[in-house]
Design a protein around this ligand. Structure first.
Ligand code: ADQ
Length: 467
């Protein structure tokens, strides 16, 4: 088995205590890193006055992490800038929110070069290098320029936009060319993959085979659709842990016989929260019979608070939630509970379990793991209903959910009404199909598929390939 080097913007080391609070992705990566004696490299999240390239090594639960601090200007231009103010909105089809600044591009390139220079001495000739997400697209090329000939893979956790949108990025071709430094490039869905292949074929005149092999100017990469999952079986157990069950009971008590609809998202414009509120508002306005019988719990911890668009959407949601409660609340009923806080994994699982409906309506999402967690947390005898956006990557695997167009308040309202009154037999049948998918195509399945493409030998030798 070859040693694996994982690189991502932020590093999530496993914790020594078994708190059960680690996300599925971090757990799965940690398992392979531990097994292969690998390293997880990335930004510490910390600042330094001037970049030193000094690596902070730590070992936690058998996993070695290697992190570096970044300069304030790097954070501003690379992370807040090109990653979150240019690529994030553009790749989520929101061109009008994308900001195109040469300084951002410079900062992005600079940090990727710094990462490459710092990582280089850690790579030995047989290692597999696996780079994650839009922050680090140029890293592979920077490593190749420095003589790294190892197998290298890249996985994109967000959508890949259609060619017509991508070309609004001034340096679009350069960005795509950089992907050709990798041997394997993975996307969550066939749609994102097709968008990439379309660009390669049409714009770059690359040769594309049926199996996703793409040849361009002497370089060959294998592009594949490889949907990420959660640790489905373990999540289902977490949802039956004492903490989760206590939370579930607490929610039932506080619901006072009212049906709970739950939404859980990072506070981000891609998650369609305003449109979701409009859909719920529409339901309350058109279905008087449901008033006082339901409530929506929206959990949305703030993220990327340094970026102005995020401050704006937060202010808009504050006022929108106030308006909904102002219009519909009664002396003993709050129709919308809006909470800007994060919760521990087991507490969240208990909240999902207490809900009649999981409302997951991003305007665009690479995958969306909340949809899968909601399903895994349900009681098989009395499962809640998943209402899911057509435009989440997860929709491609989860057609037994009630699928909606997240831009349409009417569709959201209709889907909620359907879900709230769905007979138990239909709920069970839909849930069974969804749960089979969540358990079979789980995070280990994803990891194994990607690593098999990168290096079949390691995949079958490691825990990911174990039966
Ligand atoms: P995100 O945009 O962060 O991820 P998502 O896939 O839904 O979106 O993952 C969010 C995670 O954060 C979930 O595990 C969820 O439980 C957790 N979370 C959210 N709100 C929380 C809260 N209040 N308290 C505690 N935990 C909370 C990006 C892409 C996605 C893609 C993933 C993985 O945008 O499309 O699915 O990466 O590839």
């Amino acid at each position: 088995m070859k040693r694996l080097i994982v690189v991502s913007n932020r590093v999530q080391p496993p914790s020594e205590e078994a708190t059960g609070n680690q996300g599925g992705l971090a757990l799965a990566l940690s398992a392979v890193l531990r097994e292969s004696n690998g390293i997880w490299f990335g930004w510490s999240g910390g600042e330094t006055e001037s970049f030193t390239g000094l690596i902070n090594f730590q070992k936690s639960a058998g996993v070695t992490t290697a992190t570096v601090d970044l300069e304030p200007q790097d954070i501003l231009e690379y992370y807040d800038g090109f990653a979150n103010r240019t690529l994030w909105p553009l790749f989520h089809y929101r061109v009008s929110l994308a900001e195109f600044e040469r300084e951002f591009v410079d900062g992005y390139e600079r940090v990727n070069t710094r990462f490459a220079e710092t990582l280089l001495p850690l790579i030995t000739h047989d290692d597999l290098v696996w780079v994650h997400d839009y922050h680090l697209i140029p890293l592979g090329q920077r490593l190749r320029e420095r003589g790294v000939a190892n197998r290298m893979g890249f996985f994109l956790h967000i959508p890949w936009p259609p060619m017509g949108l991508l070309v609004s990025l001034p340096n679009h071709q350069e960005l795509v060319e950089q992907l050709f430094a990798y041997d394997v490039v993975g996307f969550h869905t066939q749609d994102w993959l097709d968008n990439f292949l379309d660009y390669a074929r049409t714009h770059m005149d690359a040769e594309v085979d049926e199996d996703g092999t793409v040849r361009w100017q002497g370089r060959t990469l294998r592009a594949l659709a490889c949907p990420i999952g959660i640790d489905g079986a373990a999540y289902a157990q977490t949802a039956q842990s004492p903490t989760a069950l206590a939370m579930c009971r607490q929610m039932h008590e506080s619901a006072n016989d009212r049906a709970m609809i739950v939404g859980v998202d990072r506070l981000d414009y891609s998650k369609g929260l305003q449109e979701r509120f409009m859909g719920y508002e529409r339901l309350l306005a058109t279905r008087e019979d449901l008033q006082e019988k339901i409530f929506l719990l929206q959990i949305a911890p703030p993220s990327r608070a340094n970026v102005q668009t995020y401050q704006e959407i937060r202010a808009q949601l504050d006022s929108h939630s106030g308006r909904i409660n102002g219009e519909f609340a009664t002396v003993d009923w709050v129709p919308l509970r809006y909470v800007n806080k994060g919760y521990a994994r087991d507490v969240l699982a208990g909240i999902y379990r207490a809900a009649k409906v999981g409302l997951v309506t991003p305007l665009r999402d690479g995958m969306n793991l909340v949809a899968k967690e909601f399903v895994a947390a349900q009681d098989p005898e009395d499962p809640g209903v998943l209402v899911l956006s057509n435009f989440a990557g997860a929709a491609a695997q989860m057609d037994a959910a009630v699928l909606v167009n997240p831009y349409s308040p009417e569709e959201i309202a209709d889907a909620l009404a359907l879900a709230l009154t769905m007979p138990v037999e239909e709920r069970k049948a839909r849930w069974r199909k969804l749960m089979d998918g969540v358990v079979n195509e789980d995070v280990m399945w994803w990891l194994d598929r990607f690593i098999t493409a990168l290096d079949p030998e390691t995949a079958t030798a490691g825990p990911a390939g174990a039966p």
